[in-house]
Design a protein around this ligand. Structure first.
Ligand SMILES: CC(C)(COP(=O)(O)OP(=O)(O)OC[C@H]1O[C@@H](n2cnc3c(N)ncnc32)[C@H](O)[C@@H]1OP(=O)(O)O)[C@@H](O)C(=O)NCCC(=O)NCCS
Length: 179
């Protein structure tokens, strides 16, 4: 397994991975929605505000995840949100997702990020260090339809204390449908 943060020239392979994985797990509408989100994250988001990490095996992109900046208006800490994450459907449940996220979080730590938030299944994300957090303690950019999926982790020696909002995400994620 090889991990990469390179995007140029690999956009189509990355988009195809997200589209196929979400189509297989949640249907074609979700596949198209998430592929559109990733397209926007790749093309319309300033580079300092997003980081794409891929897992590759034998020249094929088999996993991917995207981190993008989340600004808390009244908080000095550097925060990113992890979304979305996908592993090729024929290769799931073999540990690729966990390796990819562990690697991605290490990259964000080295880049000086203090806190990473995510929004998804707590049973899964707990395996890579996320813990549930109340919206009151880390306001999301939109009211959450599944507040139990809101999670965070500190990448520093400091414990995760409440983030002072309001918060603002990158334009690609700035739609209620993603929250
Ligand atoms: C979620 C996803 C990224 C996980 O990738 P993966 O490579 O299959 O995950 P791993 O093999 O690293 O799984 C690690 C652990 O999580 C468990 N797990 C895998 N998918 C899970 C899920 N959907 N819910 C809960 N646990 C899950 C595995 O059993 C494994 O546990 P174990 O090591 O104790 O056996 C992948 O299933 C996927 O792409 N799903 C479709 C897209 C999606 O839903 N993305 C997440 C929302 S953004």
């Amino acid at each position: 397994m090889h991990f990469s943060t390179a995007v140029t020239g690999r956009e189509d392979a990355i988009l195809d991975l997200f589209k196929a994985s979400f189509t297989a797990s949640e249907g074609p509408e979700e596949g198209a929605l998430i592929a559109g989100l990733v397209r926007n994250l790749l093309s319309n988001t300033p580079k300092p505000d997003r980081r794409v990490v891929t897992a590759e095996a034998r020249g094929r992109v088999v996993g991917g995840c995207v981190f993008s900046r989340l600004i808390y208006a009244n908080d000095k800490r550097t925060v990113f949100v992890l979304a979305p994450v996908a592993v090729a459907s024929d290769l799931q449940r073999q540990g690729i997702g966990q390796q990819l996220l562990t690697h991605g979080l290490a990259i964000m730590r080295e880049a000086g990020v203090d806190i990473v938030m995510t929004y998804g299944d707590p049973a899964y994300y707990a395996k890579v260090g996320f813990q549930p957090i109340r919206e009151a303690d880390a306001p999301a950019p939109f009211p959450l339809t599944q507040p139990e999926g809101w999670q965070g982790q500190s990448l520093t020696a400091q414990t995760l204390t409440p983030l002072q909002g309001p918060s603002r995400c990158v334009p690609a994620l700035n739609q209620a449908v993603f929250w």
